[in-house]
Design a protein around this ligand. Structure first.
Ligand SMILES: CC(C)(COP(=O)(O)OP(=O)(O)OC[C@H]1O[C@@H](n2cnc3c(N)ncnc32)[C@H](O)[C@@H]1OP(=O)(O)O)[C@@H](O)C(=O)NCCC(=O)NCCS
Length: 218
């Protein structure tokens, strides 16, 4: 993830011990006592990584509770993002006076089943996939890019974004993507200067698709 984000963003990727690290009381309260072990481990690794990223920014590591909708609640003055998928977890944090929003997503690199693919991809994206080089499950990259887009969009705008509300264009040579947000969704927001395009980078290896994006300050 480090290579996918600008230097102003601190990134931490979980090591083997982080999945069984310590939670702050405020975080444990959000997780709840009845969380299954896999959920507890993912949640814990995300919080441990978030604190390591704060330290990398020169800040005191503090708790990151979760809102009722599970969005992380970053301390005042910070923006951040967390992702986890089987065997991989990362968090990224930046100062809010340097970066408006940051999003990151990791997914398994595999074929999407046709039903999921229809839910995720617009017809224009399906056409694009036909023209992209073979060897990569491009719909999985589009899926991950859209999850990243949502993680950038939601903290700024506060509203839902459906998978068909963003049209993703992939540039395989640059490892970059842009997501055009549907004009109707943009018009429906109440924030000043809502994002209309969210741009980021992606990387794919045998196991994982990783995507990340930031929104810069104007
Ligand atoms: C929220 C969502 C994007 C998470 O993605 P995911 O692939 O399921 O899971 P990941 O492991 O990558 O990310 C999970 C983390 O996202 C973060 N997250 C959850 N809700 C969030 C929100 N509204 N905004 C930002 N981050 C959020 C949390 O930190 C969570 O980890 P935690 O519960 O351990 O703290 C996804 O579950 C979702 O609701 N998607 C539908 C909306 C969407 O993606 N629309 C596409 C628009 S183009």
């Amino acid at each position: 993830m480090r290579d996918l984000l600008p230097p102003a963003v601190a990134v931490a990727v979980a090591g083997p011990d982080d999945w069984s690290g310590q939670l702050h009381a405020a975080e444990a309260a959000c997780l709840g006592e009845r969380a299954v072990d896999s959920r507890r481990r993912d949640f814990t690794a995300g919080r441990v990584c978030a604190r390591r990223a704060m330290v990398a920014l020169g800040l005191r590591p503090v708790a990151v509770p979760a809102a009722a909708d599970r969005a992380p609640v970053w301390p005042a003055g910070l923006v951040g993002t967390i992702t986890h998928t089987r065997g991989y977890c990362a968090a990224a944090v930046a100062r809010a006076d340097e970066i408006r929003a940051v999003g990151m997503d990791a997914e398994q690199h595999r074929e999407l089943n046709p039903g999921v693919r229809r839910l995720i991809c617009l017809p224009e994206e399906d056409e694009q996939v036909q023209r992209l080089p073979p060897g990569i499950h491009w719909p999985a990259v589009i899926f991950s890019a859209k999850e990243t887009v949502y993680k950038v969009w939601h903290p700024v705008v506060g509203s839902w974004l459906d998978f068909h509300d963003a049209l993703v264009h992939l540039d395989p040579d640059a490892g970059a993507f842009t997501a055009q947000i549907s004009p109707a969704r943009v018009a429906d927001t109440r924030v000043v200067d809502p994002p209309t395009v969210i741009s980021g980078h992606f990387a794919v290896d045998a196991n994982l698709v990783r995507t990340a994006a930031t929104l810069t300050l104007r």
